[in-house]
Design a protein. Structure first.
Length: 320
């Protein structure tokens, strides 16, 4: 397929992309009208949105359009899981250069669909415009199914901190790619396409998680959101964190610290939550504890083995 986006046109491309989308039971009106209609039996809808910008969040020489689609969907669906919600639908905004091959958009659409379909997620609409760089904006919707949302502000002194999913893999992949290499393949693929533990969000909510967050900016950084919102102190035990062999290999080859990948690396979209000790469900690993603040460690503080962490704790937008 040699057609460009400009050649096929906005509406022709939208029609070609959306005609293969299958719609789930939550969708009452799908693509084709001015807006979609999605059922909300719970009476509440959980909503999140994210942007991916070419050159900042992905590079075409590192990631295929299919990878970008999977990643764009995953970042949003993971946020829903972190609230304890079941994802139901997505809308997609896309800005692309007119000269971009239309096949790139088709591959992106397949990636979005393949990430969401196993979860019963439908793509119900969106928009497409011309832009200088590729910009992908995804908004995701989810249902709480009668449960209360799990917020960042509910952690309590005495709770344990636990994680589900992988940590540090995407960061190790980024370290490899920035040095011009493509191996270990496992970490490169982790950078291109995260594997969030979607099912663990509702499981944690049902088990009684007091606070939860998805790990998109780095474990310490995202735990900082919980600590600040809950006005508590969180301590991470480094010895409880698994450091898989591929991360050790990358650290040895690059001179970086494997533990720092796990503590500060983002984009794996793991889940981190706090529980009463007896409530931690299977599939979660306890890595730390929650305590009250004091003069030495004021509320909002996150430490590692009882000490402040030296260095950046994760990704921050607009950091110079």
């Amino acid at each position: 397929m040699n057609e460009t986006v400009g050649g096929i046109g906005e509406f022709g491309l939208i029609e070609a992309v959306t005609k293969g989308y299958r719609q789930g039971a939550d969708v009452l009106v799908g693509p084709g009208d001015d807006a979609a209609v999605v059922a909300v039996p719970d009476g509440r809808m959980v909503i999140t949105t994210d942007l991916l910008i070419e050159g900042r969040h992905f590079r075409q020489d590192w990631s295929s359009a299919y990878d970008v689609g999977r990643k764009a969907a995953a970042q949003n669906l993971s946020d829903l899981a972190a609230m304890g919600a079941r994802p139901t639908s997505l809308v997609v905004g896309l800005g692309v250069p007119a000269a971009l091959a239309s096949e790139w958009v088709h591959e992106l659409a397949r990636g979005l669909q393949d990430e969401g379909e196993p979860l019963g997620v439908s793509i119900v609409g969106g928009d497409m415009v011309q832009s200088e760089k590729i910009v992908v904006s995804v908004t995701a919707f989810g249902s709480l199914e009668g449960r209360e949302p799990v917020l960042r502000s509910g952690a309590r002194p005495g709770d344990e901190v636990a994680v589900a999913g992988r940590l540090g893999w995407a960061e190790a992949g980024y370290a490899v790619l920035t040095r011009g290499f493509r191996s270990p393949r496992a970490v490169v693929e982790a950078h291109r396409r995260p594997l969030p533990p979607y099912e663990q969000g509702p499981i944690a909510a049902i088990a009684g998680a007091s606070a939860m967050c998805d790990v998109s900016d780095g474990l310490l950084s995202d735990l900082g959101h919980i600590a600040t919102a809950s006005q508590v102190v969180i301590d991470v035990r480094s010895g409880a964190l698994a450091i898989p062999e591929p991360l050790e290999a990358v650290a040895a080859a690059t001179g970086l610290d494997a533990l720092s990948f796990v503590l500060t690396g983002g984009d794996d979209n793991a889940l981190v939550a706090t529980f009463e000790p007896a409530d931690v469900p299977p599939g979660w690993t306890v890595i730390g504890s929650v305590a009250e603040g004091n003069d030495d460690r004021p509320p909002g503080t996150v430490t590692v083995d009882g000490e402040p962490y030296a260095g950046a704790t994760g990704h921050a937008h607009f950091r110079s």
